[in-house]
Design a protein around this ligand. Structure first.
Ligand code: UTP
Length: 312
């Protein structure tokens, strides 16, 4: 990036310090569980999904977290707040371990909230962060998408700080799955796990997909995304799509806040917003917990054996 660009756009060299966590969707795929409970609060073993997401942001040094919440999202605010009565009761019992676990979520980060009055799509949810984020680059972590470690997010931030523009996380999916995701047209760079994004298409039919590399729920956005989102009309599903705004940025010049890079992710990722993946996530996390594995694994093996043998 040359000096002239940096002078024109001070945000070009600003560090990434804020995380935005959209959690205002209706969660219709998980009804009726999500009628009065946000899907981001569904437990993965004994912690709500969204706490893992905030822990990931904090592990990537993003301690300023803005949640985009919607209807019936009070439980999210309560979860990241102090719970004095509960804490007093646990203190009185001398139950230190549980007391620590209860305090963990309220001590984790500086959590802020803004409400998305109407769930008009992920792009619209991100737009609700504009006043909080201002003219700075920021990370977006979807509240129902779990990524095994913070390495991916750290790498994305590092790519943004070196190359400018915006950065998406890409995961290779089976051809018949591309229509579930936003898909990227990509070109290689001189780094093996970093690509230049030339095009983005939201939920394409397999024959129209530019590649099998799908966008997953981690982004680092240049603040230039805000004016673009203001101009982005509702797209697929009548929703304002973040993918559409990023496609526009991919076509722009760096001095206008453009360019999008992709970091290729080959680790484990869990979409807790759909039922089958949610159940897989809970089983996977539980089987890796030392306090549960000994009890759970033999039962699981026996259960599968009985299923295979057609026994009840
Ligand atoms: P999804 O498309 O997975 O969420 O959005 P959804 O609309 O709640 O899901 P279904 O299809 O009805 O089951 C991905 C993320 O973006 C947030 C969601 O909460 C989720 O974390 N989101 C989506 C918003 O915050 N606002 C919206 O208007 C849409």
């Amino acid at each position: 990036m040359n000096d002239a660009t940096e002078q024109k756009r001070p945000s070009a060299s600003a560090p990434v310090t804020k995380a935005v966590v959209p959690a205002a969707g209706l969660g219709t795929r998980f009804l009726p569980a999500t009628k009065a409970t946000p899907k981001e609060m569904l437990p993965i073993v004994d912690k709500p999904a969204i706490q893992y997401v905030v822990e990931e942001a904090v592990a990537a040094d993003l301690k300023d977290v803005l949640m985009i919440t919607g209807r019936s999202k009070r439980s999210i605010e309560d979860h990241f707040d102090r719970a004095y009565e509960l804490e007093e009761a646990l203190e009185a019992k001398g139950d230190d371990a549980r007391l620590r676990s209860v305090r963990e979520s309220s001590d984790l980060a500086q959590v802020h909230y803004v409400r998305q009055g109407e769930p008009r799509g992920l792009g619209h949810a991100v737009l609700c962060a504009e006043a909080h984020v201002g003219d700075n680059p920021f990370a977006v972590l979807l509240g129902d998408d779990l990524i095994e470690s913070a390495d991916l997010l750290r790498r994305m931030i590092e790519v943004r700080e070196r190359r400018g523009g915006s950065v998406v996380a890409l995961m290779e999916v089976e051809p018949e799955q591309v229509s579930l995701y936003g898909c990227a047209g990509i070109e290689p760079t001189d780094e093996e796990d970093v690509v230049a994004v030339t095009d983005l298409v939201e939920k394409p039919a397999p024959e129209h997909a530019p590649s099998r590399w799908a966008i997953i729920g981690r982004y680092v956005c240049d603040p230039a995304v805000f004016p673009v989102l203001h101009e982005t009309p509702p797209g697929r599903g009548g929703e304002i799509q973040l993918t559409d705004a990023l496609r526009e940025l991919a076509r722009r010049k760096p001095e206008d806040g453009g360019t999008v890079h992709g970091v290729l992710f080959r680790g484990r990722r869990y979409d807790t917003g759909n039922k089958a993946d949610y159940i897989r996530t809970v089983v996977d996390f539980a089987c890796r917990r030392p306090d549960l594995a000994d009890e759970l694994l033999p039962w699981l093996r026996d259960f599968v054996e009985r299923q295979d043998a057609g026994r009840p």
